[in-house]
Ligand binder design. Structure first.
Ligand code: SF4
Length: 250
């Protein structure tokens, strides 16, 4: 929970900041007799207030869902708004407080994963897409696996072969992406009902935000050789994530 608290704390801080801004606008401008501008400001303040109310409801939904480990389907929309709309401000606030961006993104992924787990939604294997980053393939390998995963001979020199074995065993789709565009195209083409994504926290965060409202379970890779180069992932974590979505369907 400690890591999740970082993102939740920054979300709460962001809402306080926005509320403060609202009060500031009200006190600074609205009391002045500025003619037509007064009415324009009133409309703007009311719109921001309505938006803020929605994100506060979403925030409360997120907290309840995390604490009770229950899904609140009725609040999915406001929860998703809170998650996606406030993200850039959360990152900005984190920068202001000198909190490393990757720590915030790590916390974001954990909060997202727990919210997805609270949904306990089971789907058919063919409706699940496993997205892998190209950097899992060892640099020495010459097989062109981004075009066809079948080109991988599963030699065991990198984690890709093991994950492909898992995907075959459970009958789920798998795509190896070199970037966000290919990943987005795969989602458009296959129209999955859920995604298991392996990537660094930064790419997981942008992928999760891109895919909202699709449930995405993020499995962070490890970078023993530095970012984007010969990365690794725990196969058990990938299998657990697959099983979370398809366990009762296989
Ligand atoms: S498992 Fe072997 S063949 Fe497949 S991508 Fe990794 S190194 Fe290449």
């Amino acid at each position: 929970m400690i890591r999740k608290r970082l993102y939740l704390g920054l979300l709460a801080g962001t809402m306080l900041f926005l509320s403060g801004m609202l009060v500031y606008i009200w006190l600074s401008f609205f009391r002045q007799d500025t003619g037509a501008l007064r009415y324009l400001l009133f409309v703007i303040v009311m719109l921001i207030l309505a938006g803020l109310t929605i994100v506060v409801i979403g925030f409360l939904g997120i907290i309840f869902s995390l604490l009770a480990e229950k899904d609140l389907a009725i609040l999915h929309k406001p929860m998703n708004y809170t998650f996606s709309l406030l993200y850039p401000i959360v990152i900005w606030l984190g920068k202001l407080l000198k909190i490393a961006q990757d720590r915030i993104q790590c916390s974001f992924v954990e909060v997202n994963n727990q919210l997805v787990r609270a949904q306990r939604s089971k789907i058919k294997p063919e409706k699940l897409l496993v997205l892998l980053p190209h950097c899992l393939q060892t640099a020495e390998c010459t097989k062109r696996i981004t075009i066809r995963t079948e080109n991988c001979v599963r030699c065991g020199n990198c984690p890709v072969g093991g994950i492909l074995d898992l995907c075959d065993y459970y009958g789920v789709h798998v795509k190896i992406a070199t970037g966000g565009t290919i990943a987005r195209d795969a989602v458009k083409k296959l129209k999955p009902q859920a995604i298991v994504a392996v990537a660094c926290e930064r790419d997981l965060t942008s992928g999760i935000l891109d895919c909202i409202p699709l449930p995405v379970l993020g499995v962070p890779n490890t970078k023993p050789n530095g970012p984007c180069f010969n990365t690794l992932v725990n196969l058990t974590d990938v299998e657990k994530a697959i099983l979370f979505f398809v366990a009762e369907a296989v």
